[in-house]
Design a protein around this ligand. Structure first.
Ligand code: UT7
Length: 320
């Protein structure tokens, strides 16, 4: 029995920072950011943390799914920006929402984190190892940025999205995943500085660094292929898909994927104009806003796709 999404939730920090505000603190312009990326503003965490946003998104997803925390037996958080190395964000969420019967762990698949989490939950449910799973994508990317590097810091935002899945007759029809570690150096963020007397020299604390053009080429090439593979595996024609919910990295990437799939851009909802790129949070936050609008009807077929550092990618065809 596949996993079916039965509820969604999301949480965004209260501070909204527009491109115009960024113009005041760095050498950039609203025109450059909008024309190159489509992004107009982003939410930046001040009081909020990765865990607090993950908790809020989870509570909203539980309300939407009409389930109690005790029913959850698996919690997976996709994140590259947990508040602590350990315990995991998932364990902190478990404690805060009172999901006492769950096993909880984080995964690092960057912007494909929610897709990878969905895939693990689907496999657990099919194997009979879990009945009700909570999957979260949560990020505080603002703390991973070098705010002196205009080529990266203007792109990203903070937030969390969550979904509850349960075994059902209809649900996830296929999930395709892939990674290419050999090309990983095009999008990196090193770990913490080393303070170890046995290591010669100390490792400098590092921030996110990206070869934007290489990541762009990877995305435009790989995402349509992964979506086609997922469609084939599900036995679904591309025209049957109501919505394609893609990772929100750049409007030009989304337009290129739409063109390559021969699909109208109206089938590709976006929130990057208001949220920027929230890595693992992008897909579940977008899913929640589409769900909230009430436009998803039982039986609709949708595609979810994430891509980013690793390099990693994932695409899924599912029945709502
Ligand atoms: O979530 C993970 C997945 N990430 C992605 O998918 C990101 C993929 N890449 C992209 O979306 C695009 O490559 C970017 C939006 C990151 C960059 O767009 P681009 O069209 O590839 O621009 P570029 O890096 O080639 O830079 C063009 C120019 C450069 O100036 P010169 O060398 O032509 O004089 C940059 O220095 O734009 C300059 N530039 C900026 N100018 C104003 C770079 N950042 C900025 C900025 N404001 N913020």
């Amino acid at each position: 029995m596949p996993a079916r999404i039965i509820g969604t939730g999301s949480s965004l920090p209260s501070l909204v920072v527009s491109n115009t505000e960024l113009e005041k603190i760095m050498d950039t312009s609203d025109e450059w950011i909008k024309s190159r990326t489509g992004i107009g503003e982003r939410h930046i965490a001040v009081e909020e943390t990765t865990t607090s946003m993950a908790v809020e998104a989870s509570e909203r997803a539980m309300q939407s799914a009409k389930i109690e925390a005790e029913e959850i037996d698996l919690i997976i958080v996709g994140t590259v920006s947990g508040d602590m190395c350990f315990p995991s964000t998932a364990c902190q969420v478990q404690s805060r929402i009172g999901a006492v019967n769950a096993t909880a762990f984080d995964i690092n698949a960057a912007c494909a984190g929610f897709l990878f989490g969905l895939s693990i939950a689907d496999a657990y449910i099919k194997a009979g190892m879990a009945k009700t799973a909570l999957i979260i994508g949560a990020e505080t990317l603002s703390k991973m940025m070098d705010w002196n590097d205009r080529s990266t810091c203007i792109l990203f935002g903070d937030g969390a999205g969550a979904a509850i899945v349960k075994g059902d007759e209809h649900g996830i029809m296929s999930i395709v995943q892939g990674t290419d570690g050999a090309r990983g150096e095009v999008l990196t963020c090193h770990n913490r500085a080393v303070n170890n007397p046995f290591v010669k020299g100390s490792m400098e604390l590092d921030y996110t660094s990206m070869n934007g053009q290489e990541v762009y080429k990877f995305a435009v090439k790989t995402v349509p292929v992964a979506i086609r593979q997922a469609l084939d595996a599900a036995g679904v024609q591309v025209d049957e898909i109501k919505y394609f919910l893609l990772h929100q990295a750049n409007i030009r990437i989304i337009e290129a994927v739409a063109r390559k799939m021969g699909q109208p851009i109206e089938k590709f909802p976006t929130n990057l104009q208001k949220c920027g790129n929230i890595s693992a949070g992008s897909v579940p936050i977008l899913l929640d806003s589409v769900n909230e609008q009430g436009v998803l009807k039982r039986g609709d077929k949708i595609v979810l796709a994430g891509f980013g550092a690793g390099l990693s990618w994932g695409a899924s065809v599912l029945t709502w």
